[in-house]
Ligand binder design. Structure first.
Ligand code: PLP
Length: 395
């Protein structure tokens, strides 16, 4: 069946413009399509397969769990979930963890937690507002869409949830408008991933924290794309010298198994008592065992440090490309979350790369997003740069 007919006759809702390839298997930095064509995957399933495809350390652990118990409800103790929570707490500034299945659900839980903390723990009946930032992306559920600072994604979904306000990103003056009697929390990405790979300025971020602390506003960091080693540290906030109250994670947490989490300081986490929040699948034995093996490897091996160095190497090579090709306007990002702003359409570069068997992404109309697995190598980066050179020289 032709690809056009396949799309036309598909019973799937058309929420995605899919590329005309069907991926069948993956290993490390590579995926293969149905015809057996091999691709260098510098998308990592959108910052999800951070340890590459089918990492042995995770597979071995999940294989054992597959033989024992796949699912049981959160009405019973789940040792794998407890172990993963302990690992996350030991390696972050948080004290308690709630598990869910995706990034949007993690932010949804963070939003609920902030509102409940303001009501129950602080007694602030009116303090329900969450401040987020222009160009941010926090998810597709109604609350996380309302938190998202991109009007184009909200089109057709009015009325949005009340209680969200947006300020300009990286704008020190703009922070003056932050505190209000209604505000209970701030939700911020330290590198805006979907919004164009925009890293937060250190000075701005520290001022943001100061204002939050001075006004008893929770600082909630959305680490769904930046977390799990993606930016060269386990969490991006470690590079900013800040101490967030709430951290949301997902994507790379399960190496491809759906799992998300909110990590919070004890005083905040206590606002969630029995029956206040929940999830059928959240942190089930299978997902938690994938999460445990992933995080355990991230914190006990050198993979994150190596990714930091490789990220710098990739950035340097892209800077050289920029010096050679005037179409490349800017290279930015942290670790292995890299954006390349170009003068033309980013999608045309992504298409050309795919024709040369390299998979990359866009982040907005004119930003190419490059997300290699943290386990990539200098050789793979050199190969990728060679392909980029060919594309920019040809265009
Ligand atoms: N927050 C950020 C920063 C993201 O990048 C994403 C997804 O791209 C989300 C939230 C939503 O995550 P999910 O698609 O797992 O719901």
């Amino acid at each position: 069946m032709s690809t056009e007919l396949l799309i036309e006759q598909s019973p799937l809702m058309k929420t995605y413009n899919r590329f005309p390839i069907t991926l069948e298997k993956g290993k490390g930095s590579y995926v293969w399509d149905q015809e057996g064509t091999k691709y260098l995957d510098f998308t990592s399933g959108i910052a999800t397969c951070n340890l590459g495809h089918l990492p042995d350390v995770v597979k071995e652990h999940v294989d054992v769990q597959l033989e024992k118990l796949w699912h049981c409800s959160n009405l019973y103790h789940i040792p794998e979930q407890e172990a993963l929570a302990r690992l996350l707490v030991q390696n972050s500034c948080g004290d308690q963890v709630f598990f869910c299945n995706s990034g949007a659900e993690a932010n949804e839980a963070a939003i609920k937690l902030a509102r409940r903390y303001a009501r129950v723990e602080k007694g602030g009946e009116e303090a329900f507002e969450i401040v987020a930032f222009n160009q941010s992306f926090h998810g597709r559920t109604m609350a996380t869409l309302s938190a998202t600072g991109q009007p184009k994604l909200q089109d057709g979904f009015a009325p949005l949830l009340q209680g969200f306000r947006h300020l300009p990103y990286n704008d020190v003056q703009g922070l003056r408008k932050l505190p209000s009697d209604k505000t209970c929390a701030v939700l911020v990405e330290l590198v805006q991933g979907e919004g164009g790979v925009n890293p937060a300025d250190v000075e701005w971020t520290q001022q943001l924290e100061d204002i939050c602390k001075a006004n008893d506003i929770l600082l909630m960091v959305d680490e769904i794309q930046t977390g799990m080693g993606r930016t060269g540290t386990l969490f991006a906030y470690e590079q900013y010298g800040i101490d967030p109250d709430v951290i949301s994670i997902a994507k790379g947490l399960g190496s491809g198994f759906p799992i998300g989490a909110v990590i919070a300081k004890a005083k905040v986490a206590e606002a969630f008592g029995p029956g206040t929040h929940g999830s059928t699948f959240g942190g089930n034995p299978l997902a938690s065992s994938a999460g445990f093996a992933t995080v355990n490897h991230l914190v006990s091996s050198d993979v994150i440090n190596e990714a930091f160095i490789l990220g710098q190497y990739l950035k340097d090579q892209l800077e050289k490309l920029k010096a050679e090709c005037k179409e490349v306007k800017e290279v930015r990002g942290k670790g292995l979350l890299i954006g390349m702003e170009i003068s033309g359409k980013a999608i045309s570069i992504v298409e050309k790369a795919r024709e040369k068997n390299v998979l990359i992404l866009v982040a907005g109309p004119n930003v190419v997003r490059i997300l290699p697995p943290l386990t990539t190598s200098k050789e793979e980066i050199d190969y990728f740069i060679g392909v980029m050179k060919e594309i920019f020289v040809e265009s």
